[in-house]
Design a protein around this ligand. Structure first.
Ligand code: RI2
Length: 320
């Protein structure tokens, strides 16, 4: 698929979900690298960098997107012939795509172990990683049922209930505001993530922090399923995750809004759940307490304290 086509599909959410966004960006860069007609390394680098920027700019919150793009283009600055550099991009993209798929499978096995026979699980939005855990627990013979939220305004809950229904899992479909009313019937909350910060805060679909709050009040455990490439390296240097605010038309039509001149629709797509509300984050390399997020960033994304210093120097220079 062309870069612009993929970028458009990510922007309008035809391609959505933090993992899928990352894989489709990697695929787009790989296909672009294959077909890019240039005669020298410099032009190849320039065009690839532009394509990378275009993809990253589509949605600001899911860190999986810039992480995937950076993994794919990491060899661009190295030395080599045009053929070598082109092949490096293709190889890295293919490796990322397959390791991302494997990560979800691995998370399913690890997460399923944290689900007990007889559990009722509440999930919010549509997370491939969270659903993989639930489906794996069901497949392994545990009798489970699910509460799935509607997820206004984009109704990703519909995708969730279709998947659960197809898997033969008993599911209660509820509106977002009914979570607190049903939380006492729930044994475990299990959601996905668009980003995890260095201090273990989880950025996920709007409403997740309310779910977490209800779960904490009712002493229900909260698990988050997140591949390691959803951890946000730049939060080490204090960078905040940008919360995407989507068009008001997703919430209220232009026709209705035009009759309400004093009303402004706010439509943030994500919110932040502090680490204190999260019991465990299930990654493909193991289930960790949120406080261990830095270890993932250092050991699996390669961002050590040295990178911190480098970035700090750069940031300070910018301020001068
Ligand atoms: P997986 C989604 O964002 C949801 O917030 C979901 O929890 C998260 O990505 C992770 O999804 P959106 O694209 O990668 O629907 O686990 O805004 O599928």
């Amino acid at each position: 698929m062309l870069i612009t086509e993929t970028a458009e599909k990510i922007k309008c959410m035809e391609i959505r979900g933090a993992g899928r966004i990352a894989r489709s960006a990697a695929e787009a860069l790989r296909d672009y690298a294959k077909t890019l007609r240039v005669n020298d390394v410099e032009s190849f680098r320039r065009d690839m960098m532009e394509a990378a920027q275009q993809l990253i700019a589509t949605r600001p919150t899911a860190v999986s997107l810039p992480n995937a793009v950076h993994i794919v283009i990491a060899g661009l600055e190295g030395s080599g012939t045009l053929v070598e550099i082109r092949n490096d991009v293709i190889k890295r993209a293919n490796e990322f795509i397959s390791s991302s798929r494997n990560a979800v499978k691995q998370i399913a096995h690890i997460g399923a172990r944290h689900i007990s026979d007889g559990d009722t699980i509440l999930t919010h939005c549509n997370s491939e990683a969270a659903l993989a855990c639930i489906i794996e627990a069901h497949r392994s013979g545990k009798k489970i049922s699910v509460f799935a939220t509607e997820v206004r305004p984009r109704n990703q809950g519909l995708i969730t209930i279709r998947t659960l229904n197809a898997a033969g899992i008993k599911t209660n479909f509820i509106v977002d505001s009914a979570v607190r009313s049903f939380i006492d019937e729930v044994d475990l909350v299990l959601v996905g993530a668009d980003a995890v910060t260095v201090n273990g805060a989880v950025v996920n679909k709007i409403g997740t922090s309310q779910v977490a709050h209800s779960a904490a009040e009712a002493r229900v455990n909260m698990l988050v399923a997140a591949e390691t490439y959803k951890f946000a390296p730049r939060t080490i240097v204090g960078e905040l995750i940008t919360i995407e605010e989507r068009p008001p038309q997703e919430v209220l039509s232009d026709k209705i809004r035009s009759t309400l001149p004093n009303v402004v629709v706010r439509n943030p797509a994500f919110d932040v759940t502090p680490a204190e509300y999260v019991d465990m984050i299930v990654t493909e390399v193991g289930a960790i307490p949120p406080q261990m997020a830095y270890v993932i960033i250092r050991d699996y994304l390669g961002w050590g304290i040295e990178e911190f210093h480098k970035s700090f120097e750069i940031n300070t220079k910018h301020e001068d």
